[in-house]
Design a protein around this ligand. Structure first.
Ligand code: NAG
Ligand code: NAG
Ligand code: NAG
Ligand code: NAG
Ligand code: NAG
Ligand code: NAG
Ligand code: NAG
Length: 334
């Protein structure tokens, strides 16, 4: 007979909770719900009792305590049951006809993942900002409309470093070669932009140590190829569809380039966008980390500006509501 002292710990660590069905209790280390019967049963009776509660009899064979290589020991019998609740805790091998307490388990669904679609949303780890659970594998599917990509922003990620991961995929796969990034430990302000209209976030935790997990918001933007304007010494650019209304969730980038040594004279002669929410950013470089100006609303045109070098870039952004005709600009080399 073998006793499993781990169950001493089990009985003390257990606490009332919402994770489990009636009369079951949650054990954080295994992330499993357990229940011990009040009455005694033989092995087959215990199996039936547990099934009656919606669970299964805890069994060595099913790997609950794998690693106890010598059990079941046929000298004691062929069946494994819970020994008792008094001084002798644990599982033991017994004769199958022996009357024992039925020790049942249910693996609860602790994940809060699922499918999201549309143009914006948010996801978070189970229980966030409280501690997540051990042994999770939660899947969060995000579908943008066709022709759009997904921007996802994680203000904060806090997991057991190198063991609990927030993973990003661009296909419906959780295989390592398909993983784009695996984030763990303490991170802030992480952003990712998908190439296509699908994103899968996977939250994977191991069997020990938890933290608060993650929170993320996502939105979409139209997939629009960069527009390059480098024809001779002058040109014009417009918002998408101009003079018809631009689209929702635009994010159109433009590059203007003239010969080395030249500068660019940019003039906007028509401009109408939704104030604040739909805007045109202008950059004195191809690097869009720091803008010259953000133009928005109905009182921008006429507007004029000279670049300091031979390259200028622009970014036009619209949100999901109120589309207008947008803008028209001309440029020439000076
Ligand atoms: C988006 O989600 C809603 C609600 O879950 C569902 O009714 C709809 O069919 C989904 N649309 C697509 C394109 O998956
Ligand atoms: C992802 O793939 C699995 C297995 O191929 C499939 O069962 C599941 O429905 C897919 N889920 C989504 C959201 O596409
Ligand atoms: C992560 O951040 C929290 C709160 O800011 C801090 O308590 C914890 O020590 C940090 N963990 C690591 C591994 O830096
Ligand atoms: C996204 O597109 C970029 C540029 O084409 C490419 O380098 C990258 O591998 C793509 N990523 C995925 C996940 O397809
Ligand atoms: C203009 O841009 C196109 C596309 O990037 C490029 O192939 C071409 O060489 C450029 N022309 C000049 C004059 O820079
Ligand atoms: C800049 O462009 C505007 C509009 O085309 C034009 O009136 C002005 O003369 C240009 N300035 C220079 C220095 O080229
Ligand atoms: C863009 O400019 C910022 C600030 O000047 C710099 O930190 C960053 O490295 C630049 N990015 C590229 C791609 O050159």
């Amino acid at each position: 007979m073998i006793l499993f002292f781990i169950f001493l710990l089990f009985l003390s660590a257990i606490s009332p909770d919402n994770e489990c069905p009636y009369r079951y209790r949650f054990y954080a280390d295994t992330a499993i719900c357990y229940h011990l019967s009040d009455d005694l049963y033989d092995f087959d009776g215990a199996v039936r009792y547990c099934e009656g509660t919606g669970g299964k009899l805890v069994s060595l064979i099913q790997g609950e305590r794998a690693g106890i290589a010598s059990e079941p020991n046929p000298t004691n019998g062929d069946c494994v049951t819970f020994k008792g609740v008094a001084s002798n805790f644990g599982l033991q091998t017994t004769q199958c006809y022996q009357q024992q307490y039925a020790f049942c388990k249910i693996v609860p669904d602790l994940c809060n993942g699922g499918i999201q679609n549309g143009t914006f949303g948010s996801i978070q780890s189970p229980q966030y900002p409280n501690q997540y659970y051990n042994k999770l594998m939660c899947l969060y599917y995000i579908y943008a409309p066709q022709g759009f990509r997904v921007n996802i922003y994680f203000p904060q990620i806090q997991t057991e470093k190198n063991y609990d991961f927030v993973e990003i995929y661009e296909k419906n796969s959780t295989l390592y070669p398909d993983r784009i990034v695996g984030l763990s430990g303490n991170l802030t302000d992480y952003t990712y932009q998908s190439n296509g209209s699908f994103l899968l976030v996977v939250f994977r935790t191991n069997y020990v140590i938890t933290d608060i997990g993650f929170y993320a918001t996502w939105n979409v933007e139209r997939i629009q190829p960069l527009i390059i304007s480098n024809t001779t010494n002058s040109g014009e650019l417009t918002s998408p569809n101009y003079p018809e209304d631009y689209d929702t969730f635009d994010k159109q980038l433009y590059y203007i380039q003239v010969a080395e040594g030249g500068r660019i004279n940019v003039t906007i002669d028509d401009f109408l966008t939704q104030e604040t929410f739909d805007y045109l950013d202008i950059f004195d470089s191809f690097n869009q980390s720091s803008k010259v100006v953000r133009l928005s609303g109905n009182s921008v045109a006429p507007w004029s500006w000279f670049s300091t070098s031979n390259v200028v870039s622009l970014k036009f952004v619209s949100d999901g509501s109120y589309q207008y005709k947008g803008w028209h600009l001309t440029w020439n080399m000076i």
